[in-house]
Design a protein around this ligand. Structure first.
Ligand SMILES: [Zn+2]
Length: 454
């Protein structure tokens, strides 16, 4: 058992949305044993306890990122994930990147789908103490139909493509859900909607029948495993909610009927807007296609009203960074969904912090066990220099998170060792088109100082 630790003199944000208050916190083993006067009395009876004076600091629950792809390694495109990743190497790199999450104050993630479904192994390694990482709850491959997902024709008609598995008909659905449960999925992930290239103007469309979605939920629930669905558009969200999906990712573009059903069933929604918000604010500086920028800008603004109604209707909103892509690199943006919730949905900082902590515990299948600073909870805690209830963005500032506990263990926050290129890991690009005009004009960008990991 770890030595008992008393966190004294700090301001507390409890993760339940309550205003900050002062109270000591006593950690014993992997739990918060007591708080306030109880903690001070109890520590007097302990032989070996370490007291840490945290005057001027804030203690709060660790962040829970409910949508983080730890096996993608900040990929710049789907083809990079589908064709350049290798199984063992991407698991090793995931372990390296996990350290960046801890340094950013992330003590738990839900990883929806992974290449080679290798997050199952990364999770088991973390749980056994083989690697240091946040708590991990994960899916295996995302189930998809041959109609496709967000990668169009890149997705094979059958079998596996990257983090997807295409299933056709009842027999394949039954076999795959059971197989994923056997290999250790915490959740079954379904890509309920997708873009079909020739029909892209219709947005993402539902690619499953009601019966198929019902079957997935029945099978998974029968085995005690929850289901999460990637849903954009009314029909996919409505059918997924009707089938009994337990968590909805994105949930944008809902009509009245879909909204009513989600509110009625109180299905948690993780919009994962950080990706879009980053593209809107910074895409023009990254050379992102302006059409793509305005598409994603509309996704946020068009859905703000329905997200507000979900919140008013008592539906938990969870924060998700979509980290794993180059637009949202690991360790940089995990706090940002709170800003998005405040800016677009009118939440207070404490409500947004609750979404990223207390509410997020559901994604870890640990509701009532973590995400909140209270006696009996797991000691998954941050010590922050400053007050995030005044400005959540300080959680993204380097050096502000001075200590992180996962299960009562203080984690190593030293920077990860510098990384060199991995052969054959990134997609090489020829850069922009070389027209004659461009060649003769003498214009050009300075090349990357380091040719990046081809
Ligand atoms: Zn995702």
């Amino acid at each position: 058992m770890n030595q008992a630790i008393l966190l004294d003199n700090a301001q507390l944000i409890d993760g339940n949305g309550r205003a900050p208050f002062s109270a000591a916190v006593l950690i014993e083993g992997d739990q918060i044993a007591a708080m306030g006067e109880d903690a001070l009395q109890r520590v007097g009876h302990l032989q070996h306890a370490r007291r840490i004076d945290l005057a001027g600091k804030t203690v709060m629950p660790g962040l829970i990122d409910a949508h983080c792809h730890l096996s993608f390694d900040d990929a710049a495109s789907n083809p990079e994930i589908f064709y350049q990743r290798r199984n063992a190497l991407s698991a090793l790199v995931a372990a390296y990147n996990a350290k960046k999450l801890l340094r950013a104050g992330v003590t738990g993630i839900l990883d929806p789908d992974s290449v080679f479904e290798n997050m199952v192994d990364v999770r088991d390694a973390a749980e056994a103490g083989v690697i240091e990482a946040p708590r991990i709850s994960c899916g295996c491959y995302a189930l998809i139909t041959a109609v496709g997902g967000t990668a169009g024709r890149l997705i094979n008609d059958t079998g596996i493509t990257g983090y997807y598995k295409s299933v056709q008909g009842k027999d394949e659905i039954v076999a795959e859900v059971r197989r994923q449960v056997k290999v250790g999925a915490d959740w079954i992930k379904v890509h309920v909607s997708g873009v079909v290239p020739r029909y892209a103007h219709l947005g993402e469309r539902c690619s499953w029948t009601q019966e198929e979605l019902n079957l997935i939920c029945e099978l998974a629930h029968d085995l005690g495993v929850p289901v999460m669905g990637h849903c954009r558009g009314s029909q996919s969200t409505y059918r997924a909610a009707k089938a009994g999906v337990d968590l909805i990712f994105h949930g944008t573009g809902m009509d009245e009927q879909a909204l009513d059903l989600v509110i009625d069933k109180k299905i948690p929604v993780c919009p994962a807007f950080t990706f879009q918000a980053n593209m809107v604010d910074y895409g023009h500086r990254l050379g992102t296609d302006p059409a793509l920028i305005s598409l994603f800008a509309r996704e946020i603004t068009d859905s703000a009203e329905s997200m507000r109604r979900l919140v008013a209707g008592g539906v938990p909103l969870l924060t998700g960074s979509e980290a794993g892509f180059s637009m949202v690199p690991y360790g940089h943006w995990h706090y940002r969904e709170m800003e998005v919730f405040m800016r677009y949905f009118g939440m207070s900082s404490l409500q947004a912090i609750h979404c990223a902590t207390g509410a997020g515990a559901f994604a870890l299948k640990m509701a009532g066990q973590t995400g909140v600073v209270a006696p009996g909870m797991k000691a998954d805690l941050l010590v922050v220099d400053g007050d995030p209830s005044q400005d959540v963005a300080i959680l993204g500032e380097p050096g502000r998170i001075v200590q992180v506990f996962v299960g009562g263990q203080s984690v190593d926050l030293s920077p990860p060792r510098e990384r060199k290129a991995l052969a054959g890991w990134r997609m090489p690009s020829m850069g922009q088109q070389l027209t004659r005009e461009f060649a003769l004009s003498g214009a050009g960008q300075t090349p990357h100082s380091q040719p990046e990991e081809l």
